[in-house]
Design a binder for this molecule. Structure first.
Ligand code: GLY
Ligand code: MN
Ligand code: MN
Length: 439
């Protein structure tokens, strides 16, 4: 079997993560993670499988129809349930580790075939008082956690107690995954660098007449050439007024002379993704109105990046960016109202409908709490957090209140930022954004 030459199968990397998880959980807690289901495109043709982020995070195991059970501090702590080896299936769909292979290759205490999940889980969960899981309280992959919990309850006899508490696995996986380790930061640096190169290739290739689709193809080629397994999300390649559709992903129009192109795309390398947006002219020359709007957004973006440091939080940054962007909206004559009115009535959402950013990691909108559990206290950034800073301004093309030259312009600039001990590091620094640096 061929192996990925880098961290994908580095057992210590995954073991260290489990050690850190054990420190966050009680000995009466158990974690049960189900793999991402197989999604079918049609008939017997599945979409490419991509492992559940948390399951991969803790095990490195990529096969579908698998379940990872973690019982911190128990003699059998890490257990994988996997598909059984099946030479006929493997002829069609490729290598399977099987239970024995999974135990050995992924340094598990035990591994079983997934058909044994119900019976083995009864023992693994017998001591538990709380189960963290990514399965809905019901079933996933045809296997019901609920049934298992019922049986465990029954086994305890007449205790008068209900089912053990079921909690969302994000409660333990969030705090763990939101703080990136040095190895994870190295991988993220590579995802960001790969993605920056791919964005640059698109900047070189863009010209009037090229399709958004071809540009998307260039992005995919460039990230995969550099080792990315896939995109971290569906790329947005939006020419002209398509850029004002925040989640535009049809990507099949033709880039026209005089338009801007907005590209929001990120490559995933070893299960960590970049998330970069750049906006630039199709014909490589900004009009004065485009340049003015672009430089306003760029200025705001740089100010907001400079505000990232340990102790800062999204709530304050979101308030700051709204204030800055509303100043620009007023200068651009998008409103003839007071700043307070535009902010208090949230009128600015017409031109800036999203928020400043989000945590980034294995998932583009990654896990991690933004507030305390009662939603009253914003969560302060800590060294090791990675987040995006992505302000934008979008003027609908049919907005007859906006100056004519601005209608249909959509600009977003997005970088990926690591919170360091005393401030920040821009992981996507290789991707040009100053007009004089654009190819
Ligand atoms: N690419 C999705 C986002 O920027 O949030
Ligand atoms: Mn983003
Ligand atoms: Mn993005």
């Amino acid at each position: 079997m061929k192996k990925n030459p880098e961290a994908l199968y580095n057992l210590e990397f995954f073991k260290n993560r489990r050690t850190r998880l054990a420190q966050l959980m009680k000995s009466t807690d158990v974690l049960v993670l189900f793999s991402t289901p197989e999604y079918y495109r049609n008939a017997d043709v599945p979409h490419n499988h991509r492992q559940d982020s948390s399951l991969f995070y803790l095990s490195g195991f990529e096969e579908s129809h698998s379940i990872f059970v973690f019982c911190p501090g128990q003699k059998t702590e890490s257990v994988l349930f996997v598909q059984k080896k099946d030479s006929l299936k493997e002829t069609w769909d490729g290598f399977l580790f099987g239970a024995e292979g999974a135990k050995e290759q992924f340094a598990m205490d035990e591994a079983f075939e997934n058909t044994e999940f119900e019976s083995k889980a009864l023992d693994l969960l017998a001591h538990a008082q709380k189960v963290y899981t990514n399965a809905e309280y019901g079933s996933k992959d045809g296997i019901t956690l609920h049934t298992i919990l019922k049986q465990i309850q029954k086994r305890k006899g007449r205790s008068g107690l209900g089912l053990m508490t079921v909690a969302d696995s994000l409660a333990v996986m969030g705090p763990l995954r939101v703080k990136k380790t040095e190895e994870e930061i190295q991988i993220l640096r590579k995802s960001c660098q790969i993605s920056a190169e791919a964005h640059k290739a698109m900047m070189h290739a863009v010209r009037p007449g090229i399709s958004e689709r071809e540009l998307h193809g260039i992005f995919l080629y460039e990230i995969m050439k550099r080792g990315a397994q896939r995109e971290g999300y569906s790329a947005i390649v939006a020419s002209g007024s398509h850029a004002t559709t925040l989640h535009y992903k049809t990507n099949h129009d033709i880039c026209q002379d005089g338009e801007l192109l907005l590209v929001d795309a990120g490559g995933e390398y070893n299960y960590l993704t970049a998330d970069i947006t750049r906006t630039y002219p199709v014909n490589k020359k900004f009009t004065s109105e485009q340049k003015d709007l672009y430089e306003r957004v760029l200025d705001v973006q740089k100010t907001m990046i400079a505000a990232v440091k340990p102790g800062a939080h999204f709530k304050a940054l979101n308030e700051q960016v709204i204030s800055l962007l509303v100043d620009h909206m007023l200068e651009l004559k998008l409103f003839k109202l007071s700043k307070d009115e535009v902010i208090n009535k949230r009128l600015y959402t017409k031109y800036y409908p999203h928020s400043l950013g989000h945590f980034l990691g294995m998932d583009v909108h990654d896990v991690g709490a933004y507030y305390s559990s009662d939603l009253t206290v914003p969560k302060a950034f800590e060294a090791g957090n990675v987040l995006t800073i992505e302000p934008g301004l979008y003027i609908p093309k049919d907005d007859d209140q906006a100056p004519k030259g601005l209608r249909g312009l959509g600009i977003r600039i997005e970088d990926d930022i690591l919170v360091t001990q005393d401030a920040f590091e821009v992981l996507t620094h290789d991707c040009p954004k100053d007009p004089s640096d654009l190819p």
